[in-house]
Write a protein that binds this ligand. Structure first.
Ligand SMILES: Cc1ncc(COP(=O)(O)O)c(C=O)c1O
Length: 392
């Protein structure tokens, strides 16, 4: 019998940061130990075949596929979201010539915008049009090659209507690249049915893969032959172990691999994904909506000086609630010292994630009680809570 894949947090801690870094489970510990001792440690290089390491990116893609409403042959695990945005963005821009504009949100998670800016530097004529969220659909014209959009906004938790945006983008002749980092595992979706062209998302947030876990990458079946990765490394070759002189992309999703997959990191993600074998994302979504509703109601009943930065309507927000406070950083540090872990996003947002796999209603009530104490006693004014760490 294998150990439980349900994520575990240390005793006494209320962990409301699974939208940033999911916790490990007993199964994660078991799987990583097994990899070290029985695979890498004992069977060494034979493990690539004997323990199926070579298939891990595809196998894990198959585990993620049902969470995002895709076919197992449309998803693979590779690299980070940032690198995948580069690969997918470049492929789409090349395929869509002479269209040359990327539309994205001005307030998008920074790496998404940075990568598009980097692509524009590399690809002559490419232009990035960064606009407010509400204007995304309005600026789609005949020049637009690609619409890049986050399904759930990292700062506010607002959910985009990805199906409707995809319809509008396609009507304008643009392709859609979705960042699912804050929705995969907590919001049901049907990427294939919605016609979304490409997507990527983090493995270390709600999927609980561990710090720096590899990301996943989705390409719609109808686009797979047509799109080619610009990072033509040997693992994306049709026959990597034939050691041929010229590059030929693999069929299907394997062409999105580049270098040797990180097996230790993949093992962590594999264990994280096992929790989803036992769960239904529609049920998790209902739980997350109830948890976030409860949190907002409790905060409004008990806490002064906070402003809701997430949509009030549960259907319009992900498994996250963001609140504004002018001294948000210090408030969050004081709250962490009181055993409730969330995070801070500059300039003034304190962010709470409600991963439905392991957060309970009682924890939500207790978290708000502790938040109210931090605010009422102004504990956050203590100098030690003002010192900014590198990671917030
Ligand atoms: C929406 C979004 N996209 C991308 C990233 C970064 O992904 P990676 O570190 O895998 O490049 C994050 C990280 O928090 C994120 O929230």
């Amino acid at each position: 019998m294998t150990a439980s894949p349900t994520p575990i947090v240390p005793d006494g801690v209320i962990y409301l940061d699974g939208n940033s870094l999911g916790p490990p489970s007993a199964r994660t510990q078991e799987r990583v130990r097994q990899l070290l001792e029985e695979e890498w440690g004992r069977d060494l290089i034979a493990s690539w075949n004997a323990h199926g390491w070579i298939d891990l990116p595809t196998r894990l893609g198959g585990m993620i596929a049902p969470l995002i409403g895709a076919g197992a042959d449309e998803v693979i695990v590779a690299d980070s979201v940032s690198v995948n945005l580069f690969k997918l963005g470049a492929a789409a821009l090349r395929g869509q010539r002479p269209r040359s504009v990327v539309v994205c949100e001005a307030e998008e998670f920074p790496t998404d915008g940075y990568v598009m800016q980097g692509l524009a530097e590399f690809m002559p004529g490419v232009e990035v049009r960064a606009v407010p969220r509400a204007a995304l659909a309005r600026v789609l014209d005949d020049d637009v090659a690609l619409l890049l959009v986050s399904h759930v906004h990292y700062r506010t938790g607002e959910v985009h209507d990805l199906q409707e945006l995809t319809r509008k983008a396609h009507a304008a002749g643009a392709m859609v690249l979705a960042d699912l980092s804050h929705s995969a595992g907590v919001i049901p979706m049907s990427l294939s049915a919605w016609g979304v062209d490409m997507a990527t998302g983090c493995g270390y947030k709600y999927l609980n893969g561990g710090p720096g876990a590899p990301a996943f990458l989705y390409v719609a079946r109808r686009r797979q032959r047509w799109l080619r990765s610009p990072l033509t490394g040997w693992f994306g070759h049709a026959r990597p172990f034939a050691f041929e002189g010229d590059y030929e992309p693999a069929e299907g999703m394997a062409r999105w691999l580049c270098g040797t997959p990180s097996v230790l990191a993949l093992a962590g993600l594999e264990a994280g994904l096992e929790a989803y074998k036992l769960a239904d994302v529609r049920v998790l979504r209902a739980q997350a909506m109830a948890l976030t509703d409860l949190f907002i109601a409790e905060v409004e009943a008990r806490c002064d000086g906070l402003v809701l930065a997430s949509p009030r309507e549960a259907g319009r927000r992900g498994a996250q609630v963001s609140l504004r406070h002018p001294d948000g950083y210090a408030v969050m540090q004081a709250l962490i010292a009181a055993g409730v872990v969330g995070d801070f996003r500059a300039p003034d947002i304190i962010r709470f994630g409600f991963a439905p796999l392991y957060v309970t209603g009682e924890q939500v009530r207790e978290a708000v009680r502790r938040l109210a104490v931090v605010l009422d006693t102004e504990a956050w004014r203590e100098p030690r809570f003002q010192v900014r760490a590198a990671v917030t």
